[in-house]
Design a protein around this ligand. Sequence first.
Ligand SMILES: C[S@@+](CC[C@H](N)C(=O)[O-])C[C@H]1O[C@@H](n2cnc3c(N)ncnc32)[C@H](O)[C@@H]1O
Length: 182
Amino acid sequence: MTEFLSILILILFILLFLINIVLNGSSLLSYFIGGAPFLPTPITTLKTMISLADIQSGELVYDLGCGDGRLLIEANLAYKARAVGIEISFIFCWIARINANLHQARITVLQDDLMKIDFSDADVIFCYLMPQQLNLLKKKFSFLKKGCRIISLRFEVPGWKPLSHVNRNDRIQQPPIFKYQI
Ligand SMILES: C[S@@+](CC[C@H](N)C(=O)[O-])C[C@H]1O[C@@H](n2cnc3c(N)ncnc32)[C@H](O)[C@@H]1O
């Protein structure tokens, strides 16, 4: 029975993946020309990112490129944050939504290109994106409200001086985390 269920879930994921390619072919291509591919953040790193963000109950938290949604789920469950994910990939949007449902977390996942979304109302922004994307985002970051924290995993916002950063000297297993405050 468990084996049957595993095979069913595997087939479902393969189907979703194929649908994603059909619906999102051009977006997938963008991963290879500058967009960040999906790379899940290790759980210890994820918890460090969240504690660095210093989230207060009710604050509005965005994950730009939310992948499987784990950061948002933790922010909602542990810190009562209002959590919004923006994710270009159809398949990861659904994985994040299902994941949130399984954990009984209240998060919103928008399937869109993060460059097109207005997130100027954010209190906290998480991102694990490529330097080219962070560079393009600087213009949108200039509209963020005072006090907003940006937590960027692995890559710095080009030309910006971080308020603090956590560097664990092991860039592959434990990538650095940069914190900025507007
Ligand atoms: C490195 S993963 C990070 C996932 C998650 N934030 C985490 O820390 O586990 C980057 C995610 O950004 C998404 N992404 C890349 N470019 C994007 C874009 N232009 N708009 C929205 N999502 C994007 C990818 O599909 C991928 O899921």
